[in-house]
Design a protein around this ligand. Structure first.
Ligand SMILES: Cc1ncc(COP(=O)(O)O)c(C=O)c1O
Length: 443
């Protein structure tokens, strides 16, 4: 049953969003026991082929989970312009050589090779508090845990908070990294609707009442992939609802520092119920693998245990470099460089795709392109774009709801320069101008 289902999804016989028969209907039609169908549906859900929605039924998702990595593969394809995977403007990072030479002159370096407390060395936690202040979050070092990147911070937060079977609320379009993590931990993801101002607070309130969630994962500033920023009023409402229902907010703000004067993080309004991740990844560099997880004192013991369980500690050498860059202003300079370059790229994208529905923050690394009506399927557009030499990320990769919208994410920061980006966007423009199927003829 599982093989037949997977085969039909792969061949396209069952399109994304298709509702499957109820388990009882299928058992009756096939003359097998209900338990057999239940197991097959559960396996298919684990593999990411289908997704069950309480009270609605079971739906075909965008395809097997292996698709998450597909865009990575495209990068290595000669001649392919990669707008699929967001690379945070390589080449504009701080000078690693200078940092290492500076470190080499310091005495007592070998302490960086020693085991350190799970939450990080005192001065690295203090640097994390300093970095959090750039986001408008005012904490002391005791509230900071040094993690090996945002993804690790999310792992630490969710493992310490949730048990298998718990409900995690997410935006209906969400970051694929949270999907793999929720799968790994056996969490049930429940999608919440968004509009052009981000997560809808009333929907969050209703889900808190009806679903008894453990936590909400949200990206309030320059959402990935939808590129929306939740306005201040909504943030206050979401924070108040979370506090009233004792739901933890896990706030991922990797893009926060790229925005011009974004509203304060949700954590400012819900300091007791929010976990905040102060990331270096998009504004400075992702390869250093350092992020700071900030939470209320009450949560510190269980979060520290989760670091112990997953990583013992973040590499002190990496945390040392991050601390030096934060303390001497190098991190801020890198962020300013990246914002300036991203601004040029966003302007180019707005100019080239001016006839289309493109949403981007002024200095964001990605844009969200809603396809014209003649394109009903993001996956089909992505496939035709790939054939034309441009990789894009279809909405299916981010969608937790039943049917993904006809939209794609464009990684503006990934091409080597504005010229290559413009070339890729030009190809997309030509493709968007005609109905599906014409791409090969035009290009
Ligand atoms: C929303 C979001 N969260 C987390 C990450 C991962 O960050 P890190 O490299 O710090 O683990 C990314 C990377 O693209 C992201 O877009």
């Amino acid at each position: 049953l599982l093989e037949a289902l997977a085969g039909d999804v792969e061949s396209g016989r069952l399109a994304p969003g298709t509702q499957l028969p109820t388990q009882r209907e299928l058992a009756d039609v096939l003359g097998v026991s209900l338990g057999t169908v239940t197991r097959a549906y559960a396996e298919a859900e684990k593999k990411g082929i289908v997704r069950g929605e309480i009270g609605r039924g079971t739906f075909v998702t965008g395809g097997p989970r292996e698709e998450y990595g597909a865009a990575e593969f495209e990068l290595g394809t000669p001649g392919m312009i990669d707008l699929a995977v967001v690379r945070p403007l390589y080449g504009l990072e701080p000078d690693l050589g200078a940092a290492l030479r500076g470190l080499a002159r310091r005495p007592a370096l070998s302490e960086l090779l020693h085991y350190q407390p799970n939450a990080g060395m005192r001065r690295h936690r203090a640097a994390g508090a300093q970095w959090a202040s750039r986001f408008g979050v005012d904490v002391d070092a005791e509230s900071v845990i040094v993690c090996a990147g945002t993804q690790h911070a999310l792992t630490v937060a969710l493992t310490s908070l949730c048990e298998s079977g718990d409900t995690l609320l997410v935006e209906e379009l969400t970051y694929p990294g949270i999907r793999v993590l929720a799968d790994l931990l056996g969490l049930k993801m429940v999608p919440l609707p968004m509009d052009d101002r981000g997560l809808v607070p009333e929907a969050f309130e209703a889900a808190c009442r009806q679903r008894r969630p453990r936590a909400l994962f949200t990206m309030p500033t320059i959402h990935n992939p939808a590129a929306v920023t939740i306005p201040d009023g909504r943030r206050r409402k979401i924070a108040a609802t979370a506090a009233a229902h004792d739901v933890v907010i896990i706030e991922d703000t990797v893009n926060h520092l790229l925005a011009d004067e974004p509203p304060p993080p949700l954590s400012v309004y819900a300091p007791e119920t929010a976990y905040f991740v102060a990331s270096l990844s998009k504004a400075v560099t992702g390869g250093l693998r350092v992020a700071y997880l900030i939470a209320h004192q009450r949560a510190m013991d269980s979060l520290t245990r989760a670091v112990w369980a997953t990583n013992w500690m973040t590499a002190p050498l990496c945390a040392e470099i991050a601390a030096a860059w934060i303390e001497d202003g190098t991190a801020d300079e890198a962020c300013a460089r990246k914002k300036a370059e991203a601004g040029k790229r966003v302007s180019a994208a707005r100019r080239i795709l001016s006839d289309f529905d493109l949403r981007a923050d002024d200095h964001g690394h990605h844009a969200w392109l809603t396809l014209p009506e003649c394109w009903q399927s993001a996956a089909q557009f992505a496939e035709e774009a790939r054939r034309a030499g441009v990789a894009v990320a279809p909405a299916d990769l981010f969608s937790v709801g039943a049917a993904a919208p006809a939209a794609v994410r464009l990684a503006l920061s990934t091409p080597r320069n504005v010229e290559t980006l413009s070339q890729g966007l030009g190809k997309l423009k030509r493709l968007l101008g005609g109905p599906p199927g014409l791409g090969a003829a035009i290009l």
